[in-house]
Every structure is written in structure tokens, then in C-alpha cells.
Design a protein around this ligand. Structure first.
Ligand code: IMP
Ligand code: MG
Length: 173
């Protein structure tokens, strides 16, 4: 059994998503060859809300990555979907629900290394600053959060709670 505690309310999320969209709209205004890659499954809600507020032109692709060591601990990142698009020459914007240790960032950077892409930026709704150990900067962060396990707004705990419209912390009962 899990105990869920409300952590970030619906309105605060909406406000933050709009702030991020505003920044992206400013930074990418008038630019070409933009490829947004949404990392499934956790980013599906964030991606839907964020991309609908973007007013520059971009292609949108999805990659499914599994990074679960176990239910509440992130582990090694694995690509579990097809990679059937070409990022060559693109400015890549990766949308992540949450960045924790940075394993996924390292994994994704090495995945794209073989292509001559133009640049790569990460947009993460949540960022566990204390746990992040990758050398790569994450320039678009919604909320910096302490090291607790969260779910809702697309994010899961053992496959559950993705449908919650707000974010909770998950505790063992
Ligand atoms: P990282 O590779 O350690 O940075 O972890 C990134 C991935 O682990 C995220 O995209 C999530 O899928 C998952 N993850 C890490 N922390 C949490 C959490 O608190 N709740 C839900 N998923 C998480
Ligand atoms: Mg994820």
C-alpha cells in the first residue's frame, strides 16, 4: 500500500509549464530544424501541455526509455522503442518528466553522439538537483525538488498514478 501526499498542485504545474513555454518560445523563435523528442512514458502529459503552448515550428518524436532499477529507484536506462527518425542536422529538445541521477541524460547523449546534430537541450518538469551526477547542463527546469519519489501528471510508481492531474510524493504505508 502506498500513501500519497499532494506535493505540487494542478495550478502550480500549469503556471510552471506556461513559464517554460514562454522561455522556449523566446529562445527558439525563428529557428529552423527543431526536433522535439518526448521521453515516454512519463512525459506524455507534460509533453501534451507544453507543446500546445509552443509557437515555433518543430517535428515531434517519441522514444520510450525504461530506467527503473525497481519500483522507487531509477536504474540503468534502456531504449525499449524503435528509433526510426533521423536527428542529423537538428536542434534537439528533449522533454523529460523528471531527471533524477542523470543516467538517462548520459544514455540519450550517447545515443545521439553518432549523428551530427546541431545542439541538444533538455526540458525537465522536475529535477532532483542533489542526485544529479551527469556533467551535462539541464537548462530548462520546472521545479527543483528534493530526493523523494513522486508520481502523477504522467509519472508512475509501479505503473500506477499516471492519471493524477497533480503531483504527489509516494510513501510506503
Ligand atoms: P535518471 O536516469 O536517474 O535521471 O532517471 C530518470 C527517469 O527515472 C525519469 O525519466 C523517470 O522515468 C524515472 N524516475 C526518477 N525518479 C522518479 C520519481 O520520483 N518518480 C517517477 N519516476 C522517476
Ligand atoms: Mg522517464
Amino acid at each position: 500500500m502506498h500513501i500519497l501526499k499532494t506535493f505540487i498542485e494542478k495550478d502550480s504545474i500549469a503556471e510552471k509549464v506556461s513559464e517554460l513555454a514562454l522561455r522556449l518560445n523566446k529562445d527558439f523563435a525563428g529557428q529552423k530544424n527543431i526536433l522535439i523528442i518526448s521521453i515516454l512514458k512519463g512525459s506524455f502529459v507534460f509533453t501534451a501541455d507544453l507543446t500546445r503552448q509552443l509557437n515555433f515550428s518543430f517535428d515531434l518524436e517519441f522514444l520510450e526509455i525504461s530506467s527503473y532499477g525497481n519500483e522507487m529507484k531509477s536504474g540503468e536506462a534502456k531504449l525499449i522503442s524503435n528509433f526510426n527518425f533521423n536527428p542529423a542536422g537538428k536542434k534537439i529538445i528533449i522533454i523529460e518528466d523528471i531527471i533524477d541521477t542523470g543516467n538517462t541524460v548520459v544514455f540519450l547523449n550517447s545515443l545521439f553522439e553518432q549523428y551530427e546534430f546541431n545542439k541538444i537541450e533538455y526540458v525537465a518538469l522536475l529535477f532532483k538537483e542533489e542526485k544529479y551526477s551527469a556533467a551535462f547542463p539541464v537548462n530548462y527546469i520546472g521545479f527543483k525538488i528534493p530526493d523523494s519519489f513522486v508520481a502523477g501528471y504522467g509519472m508512475d510508481c509501479g505503473g500506477k498514478y499516471r492519471n493524477l492531474p497533480y503531483i504527489v510524493t509516494v510513501h510506503e504505508a
